[in-house]
Design a protein around this ligand. Structure first.
Ligand code: FMN
Length: 214
């Protein structure tokens, strides 16, 4: 799958099929995901893969009772090893530590999409409860939980137009000529492809009729 397709098709899934995920696949995803950037290359994450039935139920409970999570056969708990990053960066380490974990999480989501898996980023949870469930020391803090599995849903979510969330050189300064943005280019390419495709279809149909009349 092309990167742009993974970005465009990734969605947050809250419905999962009763189908296991091969742990080998999870390993492959994580082995790539850890190439995420991190401040000072500190890689201050500890990743806990949870496939245990009882623990997933407890995690769903600790995520403010988001019981749909229990359906997902795998939970990935991303823990932030806070002392490591704070020793290196002091106060700024607090922000960096979370940002590093977020970069890792986004990699996991995109790689999961590429592998045909459904996923969801979960951020609402009781941190102490999650630490207790996965047996993490108090120096580590859960930042993100990702559910993984298979789904037959196609969740929909929309985005603000780029013009609303982007400006030039200074906040509030916008430009009308947004055509150079990659997504716009992609859209134009798709439209051109569709036009070409429908032309060749018309030709094909015409030639079929020709053959019938001969
Ligand atoms: C920091 C963060 C926390 C989130 N927490 C939850 C959550 O607790 N439960 C949930 O169902 N979705 C959660 N989401 C998913 C968002 O609701 C979702 O990304 C958003 O609605 C856009 O939909 P999409 O991901 O399908 O494009 C979270 C996403 C982020 C980035």
């Amino acid at each position: 799958m092309e990167l742009r397709d993974a970005i465009l098709t990734r969605r947050s899934y809250t419905n999962y099929l009763d189908k296991k995920v091969d742990l080998q696949l999870i390993g492959e995803i994580l082995n790539l995901a850890i190439y995420a950037p991190s401040a000072g290359n500190m890689q201050n994450w500890n990743i806990v893969i949870v496939d245990d039935d009882d623990k997933r139920k407890q995690i769903a409970q600790a995520c403010l009772k988001q019981m749909w999570m229990y359906q997902a056969p795998v939970h990935i708990v991303i823990l932030n090893k806070k002392p490591d990053i704070q020793r290196m960066f002091g106060k700024k380490g607090e922000t960096y530590g979370i940002q590093n974990c977020a970069a890792l999480a986004q990699n996991i989501l995109l790689l999961a999409t590429d592998a045909g898996l459904a996923s969801c980023w979960v951020g609402s949870f009781d941190k102490d409860a999650i630490n207790g469930i996965v047996g993490a020391p108090s120096t580590q803090e859960p930042e993100i939980i990702i559910t993984l599995g298979y789904s037959k849903d196609k969740p929909v979510s929309t985005r603000y137009k780029l013009e609303r969330v982007c400006c030039f050189n200074q906040c509030g300064i916008t430009r009308k000529d947004f055509g150079f943005f990659p997504l716009e280019k992609h859209k134009i390419k798709m439209e051109e492809m569709l036009k070409k495709e429908s032309k060749s279809l018309v030709e094909k149909i015409k030639s079929l009729f020709k053959k019938d009349n001969e």
